[in-house]
Design a protein around this ligand. Structure first.
Ligand SMILES: [Zn+2]
Ligand SMILES: [Zn+2]
Length: 89
């Protein structure tokens, strides 16, 4: 059964490769983004909030730009700066 053993090794190595790729996938960097063309606030909501993307499209004028070389996501508040409302105790 040398053939099925080789097949199993193939499957295992493929799975390991996929796992390594998943681990290497970086989370998008949260940024405060404004459209460079019209100045409209750019927020990535829904699907785009979690999907890393390089280029952003303005919802107001259609301008497409790339704020950084790495994947970014337009957020309302940067992490740690969401404390506009005091925490209720
Ligand atoms: Zn975007
Ligand atoms: Zn715009």
């Amino acid at each position: 059964m040398a053939q099925s053993r080789r097949l199993l090794l193939n499957v295992v190595s493929t799975l390991l490769m996929f796992q390594a790729m998943k681990r290497r996938r970086v989370d998008p960097i949260p940024m405060l983004l404004w459209c460079p063309e019209c100045g409209a606030r750019h927020l990535d909501e829904g699907e785009f909030a979690t999907k890393p993307h390089h280029t952003h499209a303005c919802q107001t004028c259609g301008m497409v730009w790339r704020p950084a070389l790495v994947p970014t996501v337009g957020v309302m508040f940067l992490p740690g700066f969401r404390n506009l409302k005091p925490p209720t105790s």
